[in-house]
Design a protein around this ligand. Structure first.
Ligand SMILES: [Zn+2]
Length: 310
């Protein structure tokens, strides 16, 4: 207990690589600042496509070894982010990648989509009991873009937070990953003329499955000084993100901001002080009372228990 870092951040993601693409800059930012950063990944990503030709035989419909391989990719990605505490929900292999919505893989007996909510949440509650995160990060109810494992990760994280709160150690704040509409709009405008346009075929940004009005964004985490760490963590997921991906070409064109700035909505807890037209926080721990940020409360309880014992 007394070894807990002052600031403790728990992130719940669906597959290896989601942590890097969605929250890599945030994770590197807080790890570098000395916060305890704990990553929980819910599946091994067994159903992912494989972009490394030599590893194509690992695919789910062939040797079905991709999940095990991705454990190593995730470890390398976390090392790039400076994050040493990464775990799989219920242990590696407990829950299987469900594949895209509507596929027969959704029905696999170990598919995360089939998970019993309270059992899955129970695994996360045990991690919360140990780590005592003040801040929890996960996806919105649509799983950011509708993948069943992302939707399930949201449900499990929110249920676990509810159970942990009932036991007295729930997170003070819960954030959901988000992309402001203004950022999407700027990206679409910038790429409209490009031959390598990731938004090709999409006429209006309102047609995208994600995008949050700027006024609903609560926090903007500026990890531009960590953009190299985020890019390295993405490159560690080589089976999933081809070296030729437009993600890297955008990063080359736009520099650190594209890779390094990440946005969140606040789903629970009180918003802290912020700035700009919408009062965006620049810190996920903003506004938390000093006694909440720090081992003081826990250490104090230990001291009380000790003095009471004497
Ligand atoms: Zn995913």
């Amino acid at each position: 207990m007394t070894n807990l870092a002052a600031r403790r951040l728990l992130l719940v993601h669906a597959h290896p690589d989601d942590e890097a693409i969605g929250t890599g800059a945030t994770m590197a930012h807080y790890a570098r600042a000395g916060a305890q950063v704990t990553l929980v990944t819910c599946t091994l990503g067994e159903e992912g496509e494989i972009h490394v030709p030599a590893l194509a035989g690992l695919a789910a419909d062939a040797a079905d070894q991709l999940g095990g391989y991705r454990i190593a990719e995730l470890a390398a990605a976390c090392a790039a982010l400076g994050v040493s505490d990464h775990r799989f929900l219920g242990g590696a292999g407990r829950y299987r990648d469900s594949g895209m919505m509507g596929l027969v893989t959704n029905d696999h007996p170990r598919a995360f989509w089939q998970a019993d909510l309270d059992e899955a949440a129970g695994h996360l509650v045990e991690i919360m009991r140990e780590v005592r995160p003040q801040v929890l990060v996960t996806y919105d109810p649509n799983g950011f873009y509708g993948h069943p494992d992302h939707i399930q990760a949201h449900r499990v994280a929110m249920r676990a937070a509810e159970l942990a709160t009932a036991e007295g150690f729930g997170p003070a704040k819960i954030y959901w990953t988000a992309m402001p509409k203004s950022v999407l709009e700027a990206g679409m405008a910038a790429f409209g003329e490009s031959s390598d346009n990731p938004f090709a075929g999409i006429d209006r940004f309102d047609d995208l499955p994600f995008g949050t009005p700027d006024a609903e964004i609560a926090a903007r985490i500026d990890g531009t000084d960590q953009h190299a760490a985020k890019e390295a963590s993405m490159r560690a997921h080589a089976t999933q993100i081809p070296a030729s991906s437009w993600l890297y070409s955008i990063a080359g064109n736009f520099g650190g901001e594209f890779m390094g700035v990440e946005y969140y909505t606040l789903a629970a807890g009180e918003r802290g002080p912020g700035s700009g037209p919408y009062g965006w926080e620049d810190d996920l721990f903003a506004g938390l009372a000093p006694e909440a940020v720090g081992p003081a409360a826990v250490a104090g309880a230990d001291a009380l228990a000790e003095s009471g014992a004497r």
